[in-house]
Write a protein that binds this ligand. Structure first.
Ligand SMILES: [Zn+2]
Length: 157
């Protein structure tokens, strides 16, 4: 089963490679390469995989998940200029793809490292909306990793 929590943050970025000329950056990244940067109201949807605890009926402590999103995304990224204030974007171009990957990495580390539920849970997907008509999905490579060792004959994944 999957449960998704949504969060929003506003941040600025500029997409350019220092090794390229002004013209090459403009050709590659378009208006996003403009040196002064520009902002987005990012929306992130975080999907956690697990089974509901038989007693509580919950996959994950949603308050805990909210706190993790606050600590790993909102607090460090909201109202920041990503290139100058949020590593690794001092050296990695903060495209929607790279920002989504960084968010996935941060949340995956927390969710696998902390006991957020009596049942095993895992980060399944991060969907990052950069604009209302563009989003990026980063999905777990550990499909089915939460299943008991040996698996079940009923699921053929
Ligand atoms: Zn942009």
């Amino acid at each position: 089963m999957y449960i998704t929590r949504k969060a929003e943050f506003s941040a600025s970025h500029v997409c350019r490679l220092p090794s390229l000329s002004e013209e090459e950056n403009a050709r590659l990244f378009g208006a996003a390469a403009h040196a002064n940067g520009h902002g987005h109201n990012y929306i992130v949807e975080v999907t956690v995989e697990g089974e509901p605890d038989p007693t509580t009926g919950m996959i994950i402590d949603l308050k805990r998940l909210k706190d993790i999103l606050e600590e790993e995304i909102i607090e460090p990224m909201d109202h920041r200029f990503l290139n100058y204030e949020v590593p690794p974007f001092d050296r990695v171009v903060p495209t929607a793809e790279n920002v989504a990957s960084e968010i996935f990495r941060r949340l995956d580390r927390r969710l696998t490292g902390e006991r957020t539920s009596p049942q095993p849970v895992g980060l399944w997907r991060v969907r990052l909306w950069e604009t209302p008509d563009l989003y990026v999905d980063v999905e777990s490579q550990r499909r089915g990793a939460l299943e008991p060792a040996g698996g079940s004959p009923l699921n053929g994944r």
